[in-house]
Design a binder for this molecule. Structure first.
Ligand code: NAD
Length: 382
């Protein structure tokens, strides 16, 4: 896993998640005021998470759609600010959650950082490496702490998988596969003029829905060095892909695959399969459903053995984007506050998110050029 930050993250995260979910307190007793920019679908999860974090308080929100911010403040009581400057000008806003369309993340995040606010950026970090780099640099130079949402890193099964890898119990990872076979109707894409556009969504099924498991695959397998991909638009009236499939090579020499679609009715569980020299672990929707390790099952014969997949993952967003729990957001935002207090980087950094974006952009470039693409990508990018 060389080349990745936060190599000790699983143990730290498990501790952080456990501490935060059981007793959300903080050492200094300081309450952090939050402002939310963009009051659509995902803002609800941020607000629900903040309500459960003892040292966080939602104080203000803004959206250029007044109806949206009014409805939002009805659900989650807070002040309504008329514009971004007004929200950023408030002394009681310490942290800004950026919940606007993806292609605006850096623009809003940079303004928040310049105003001295810590930032929680929704995924993906933005839609180009140039924007991601500008955002990372602005947070660094302003001395504020930034995290980019990757809430599935905090799922119990994912944390356990990472610690099994770290402990060497899977052996050397040799094959890693991520499948995100979800369903989104045409009306989902029609519900926001940014959805399914290159400029503001940055792509389709892979960058929006698939980026979570792209991140987990990379987190488990290490840096991606080569991508060979095909993307297609088959079941929606959109400019971007609704199917993406890629073969990956990792810096360790391991190989893998990545598949993302929003065309698989009615939507299936997200799946991450990691095979190492000592066995295989499969995670579906954050829950380990297969754990077959030589160390656990020394009796397995030369042909291995078949296992029943009997663990039941919780309900997922496979068919409904609103069906996302807020536990992952809670854990990640609580970690950001701990990181601020402890003067350390958060468990998911801007650089982590940039690496996942780079894999996504490499998939698009490979599909566009019909050629294998090597990473790191050259900037300036698309
Ligand atoms: N972590 C997750 O699982 C998850 C799930 C869904 C969405 N997201 C991400 O969250 C972001 C928003 O997605 P959504 O589904 O909530 O979209 P949405 O369209 O429901 O909400 C976006 C809101 O931002 C507002 N907005 C747009 N430009 C603005 C600006 N300049 N200033 C203020 N407000 C502005 C819009 O009016 C809208 O209300 C996207 O980047 C998406 O990728 C993450």
């Amino acid at each position: 896993l060389s080349g990745q930050t936060n190599v000790d993250a699983p143990r730290a995260i498990r501790g952080a998640v456990h501490d935060r979910l059981n007793s959300v307190t903080n050492s200094s007793g300081r309450i952090y005021g939050f402002g939310i920019v963009g009051c659509g679908v995902i803002a609800n999860l941020h607000a629900a998470a903040l309500a459960k974090i003892e040292n966080a308080s939602l104080v203000a929100a803004m959206d250029f759609r007044v109806d949206r911010v009014q409805a939002f403040s009805g659900r989650f009581p807070c002040d309504i600010e008329p514009d971004l400057d007004a929200l950023l000008g408030r002394d009681d806003v310490d942290v800004v959650c950026v919940c606007v369309p993806s292609g605006l993340h850096a623009e809003i995040g940079i303004r928040a950082a310049a105003a001295g606010k810590h930032i929680v950026i929704e995924k993906p970090i933005d839609v180009s490496l140039a924007a991601a780099d500008a955002l990372i640099e602005s947070a660094r130079s302003a001395g504020v702490t930034m995290t980019v949402i990757a809430q599935h890193r905090f799922d119990a099964g994912v944390l356990e998988l990472r610690s099994l890898i770290e402990a060497g119990e899977i052996g050397r990872p040799i094959l890693g596969d991520a499948r995100i076979k979800w369903y989104r109707s045409q009306s989902y894409y029609d519900s926001g003029d940014w959805r399914g556009t290159w400029t503001y969504d940055g792509g389709g099924a892979l960058i929006n829905q698939g980026v979570h498991y792209t991140d987990l695959l990379r987190w488990c397998m290490g840096p991606v060095t080569e991508v060979t991909a095909v993307c297609a638009t088959q079941n929606h009236d959109i400019d971007v892909e609704d199917v993406a499939i890629a073969l990956l090579r990792f810096s360790s020499g391991a190989v893998g695959s990545l598949e993302a679609t929003t065309s698989a009715y009615p939507g299936f569980r997200e799946r991450l399969e990691i095979t190492g020299t000592k066995g295989t672990v499969v995670v579906e929707d954050g829950v380990i459903i297969v754990r077959e390790l030589i160390g656990d099952s020394p009796e397995a014969g030369a042909y291995g053995r078949r296992v029943a997949e009997d663990a039941t993952p919780p309900s997922s967003a496979a068919a409904d984007p609103k069906n996302i729990g807020s536990a992952g957001h809670l854990a990640q935002i609580a970690d950001l506050l701990s990181a601020i207090e402890e003067g350390r980087p958060p468990l998911v950094t801007g650089e982590d998110a940039r690496r996942s974006l780079e894999v996504v952009l490499a998939v698009y470039e490979s599909s566009r050029t019909n050629a294998t693409v090597t990473l790191p990508l050259q900037r300036p990018d698309s």
